[in-house]
Design a protein around this ligand. Structure first.
Ligand SMILES: Nc1ncnc2c1ncn2[C@@H]1O[C@H](COP(=O)(O)OP(=O)(O)OP(=O)(O)O)[C@@H](O)[C@H]1O
Length: 232
């Protein structure tokens, strides 16, 4: 579904990512964990086409998308939930979801009402402005808005950030349900132990802009193996 091969990314003349090789298979849930400032957001932006790569290739769903812009990647089936979520705070929940419908006016779009079936809390809040929702509810709204495009791949940048620990567990379960029922492939970056251990089926560790390890389910079960790469 997604392959990064020997990807290098810089900000201006400052190299940030080096020799990145990542593979995500169809319907997998793959995590990328790492401490603050190691390059997680840079990596996600390169996947989404929001940052150009210096060298290397990115293929998605069988096509080389290395030189394509973010709009093309979104139309081909990448759904993005950025760090901080980027919901429209002055618009209601429903208006935010309908905005997703406007952006993804494709025949295969989910209707916004379908999102309410997945996240009933949003039904209760449908007339409330997004800025007054809790962090966790905003995260669900951002996920719901991305789902309207019926993405093949959901790309999340730190979904637990600013979300209460008890709600982080709910979001983890909701994402698993989306993966199972909508057959959506998921890649996420995180530094939250619970999300890494309970959501990822497989996880890469990133440090100083390089992939330094890959953990399968056995090692993900070990708190020690995981915390080596997190600031906990
Ligand atoms: N626009 C930018 N211009 C120059 N350097 C940047 C820019 N954005 C990030 N950096 C630098 O790139 C490095 C990687 O940052 P990035 O945001 O990708 O890390 P991160 O792992 O996502 O961090 P965090 O967990 O704090 O969000 C950091 O040293 C950061 O200071």
């Amino acid at each position: 579904m997604l392959n990064l091969t020997d990807v290098h990314v810089s900000y201006g003349t400052t190299p940030i990512l080096h020799d990145i090789d990542i593979t995500v298979d169809s319907e997998e849930i793959v995590g990328i964990m790492g401490k603050n400032g190691v390059g997680k957001t840079t990596l996600i932006k390169a996947v989404m086409g929001l940052l150009e790569v210096d060298t290397g290739t990115i293929t998605f769903d069988g096509d080389d998308v290395t030189s394509t812009g973010a709009d093309v990647r979104a139309r081909r089936g990448m759904g993005y939930i950025p760090q901080g979520r980027d919901v429209f705070p002055e618009l209601t929940v429903e208006e935010n979801l309908r905005m997703g419908e406007t952006i993804h006016a494709a025949d295969n779009s989910l209707q916004y009402e379908a999102v309410y079936d997945y996240f009933p809390i949003l039904t209760e809040r449908r007339t409330q402005t997004a800025g007054t929702l809790s962090g966790g509810q905003q995260q669900l709204l951002a996920i719901g808005r991305a789902l309207i495009g019926n993405p093949k791949l959901l790309v999340l940048d730190e979904p637990s950030e600013g979300v209460q620990p008890s709600i982080v567990q709910d979001i983890t379960r909701d994402l698993q349900r989306v993966n199972e029922e909508l057959e959506t492939t998921i890649i996420f970056v995180e530094q939250n132990l619970h999300v890494v251990q309970h959501l990822a089926e497989r996880c890469y560790a990133i440090d100083k802009g390089m992939i330094v390890d890959e953990l399968g389910s056995d090692r993900l079960d070990s708190r020690e193996a995981v915390t080596e790469y997190l600031a906990v």
